[in-house]
Write a protein that binds this ligand. Structure first.
Ligand code: ZN
Ligand code: ZN
Length: 137
């Protein structure tokens, strides 16, 4: 996506004039490209996020006092997680991005509380816990 297209997208997102959006993108320099690479985000998403985090729909969804960007275990994309002062998750997942959670569904292991994508197995516990149980018996 070239800068003209990105500037047009940003201008419709912010309702800024095209010229202002263009300048804002240029002013970011290499920052946006680095962030996009780091999180496997499209460049226009990284630009919008750096200009105003609230432009990011996933950010808006989580929005909390403390936020961190984690890597999705499944698709390796950066996603947001809200935390309290002690670093406990208050919103979102600490393992999977919203897109993967939505697409595959999530279940929680009855034994260790870890999240996994997909359908819960009949045992209700994850492979690791199952293996551990088997090795003990
Ligand atoms: Zn994902
Ligand atoms: Zn488990």
């Amino acid at each position: 996506m070239n800068i003209q297209t990105r500037a047009r997208k940003l201008s419709s997102l912010t309702s800024w004039p095209y010229q202002k959006a263009h300048q804002a993108i240029v002013a970011l320099g290499t920052q946006a490209r680095d962030l996009a690479r780091e999180n496997n985000w499209p460049l226009d998403r990284a630009e919008a996020y750096l200009i105003d985090a609230n432009l990011d729909p996933e950010y808006r969804e989580v929005r909390d006092r403390y936020m961190s960007i984690l890597r999705c275990d499944n698709c390796d994309r950066g996603f947001f997680q809200g935390m309290d002062k002690k670093g406990m998750t208050t919103s979102g997942s600490d393992k999977y991005c919203p897109a993967c959670r939505e697409k595959y569904g999530v279940w929680v292991c009855e034994e260790c509380g870890e999240e996994s994508l997909g359908e819960a197995p009949e045992t209700g516990i994850c492979q690791d816990c199952w293996d551990y149980k088997m090795s003990k018996d």
